[in-house]
Design a protein around this ligand. Structure first.
Ligand code: AR6
Length: 186
């Protein structure tokens, strides 16, 4: 599924983000930036040691990455030139500022991509794996944040893709996008 927002294509794809050839892919990391399971593990495996090397340098300079913030590194052996690492919130029932933190993770990725004049970016479904965020709520926040950014901010981005690993997650994002572009909840 795809829609155009202010000259930028927003698309939903089911697949493996490590195969994406966009300028950047986003990693759902943890504050240590030392790798992990899920999409984080897959990106470090596919991209090779150059990514971890740069993450180590960043952490030694600026410390752990707070939730909702981002850093950018090489894409190593990936097709993508860059990896934008962000940390989504751990789901703790919804009253611990999770929604704001998840929004911030997406917004900061779009900001750093724009600051680096990138034209395309791919996102995974941040926080909905090991961090336990319910997919339908996370999808609404993710897509609303991207749509608001594209409507409000000048950006170099011509393409924003969500690369969703399994059909359940894809369906959650598909329903959320239909609801948002249907205009009922923007
Ligand atoms: N391509 C696209 N999506 C993927 C891929 C892939 N190759 N592999 C998994 N997913 P998770 P989180 C999906 O757990 O919830 C890590 O250990 C997955 O099916 O990767 O933000 C980090 O180091 C799910 O839909 O990230 C942190 O400690 C989505 O990516 C922690 O997990 C996110 O699942 C972060 O947890």
């Amino acid at each position: 599924m795809e829609v155009i927002i202010n000259n930028t294509k927003l698309s939903l794809i089911q697949g493996d983000i490590t195969n994406q050839a966009t300028d950047a892919i986003v990693n759902a990391a943890n504050p240590s930036l030392m790798g992990g399971g899920g999409v984080d593990g897959a990106i470090h495996r596919a991209g090779g040691p150059a990514i971890l090397e740069e993450c180590k340098q960043i952490v030694s300079r600026q410390g752990r990455l707070p939730t909702g913030k981002t850093v950018i590194t090489t894409g190593g052996n990936l097709k993508a030139r860059y990896v934008i690492h962000t940390v989504g919130p751990i789901w703790r029932g919804g009253s611990r500022n999770e929604a704001e933190l998840l929004k911030s993770a997406y917004w900061e990725c779009l900001k750093i991509a724009t600051a680096n004049k990138l034209t395309s970016i791919s996102f995974p479904s941040i926080s909905t794996g090991a961090y336990g965020y319910p997919v339908s709520e996370a999808a609404r926040i993710a897509l609303r944040t991207v749509v608001s950014f594209l409507k409000e901010q000048a950006t170099s981005l011509k393409e924003v893709a969500f690369v969703l690993f399994d059909s359940r997650t894809y369906e959650g994002y598909y329903s959320a996008l239909q609801e948002i572009i249907g205009g009922s909840n923007t």
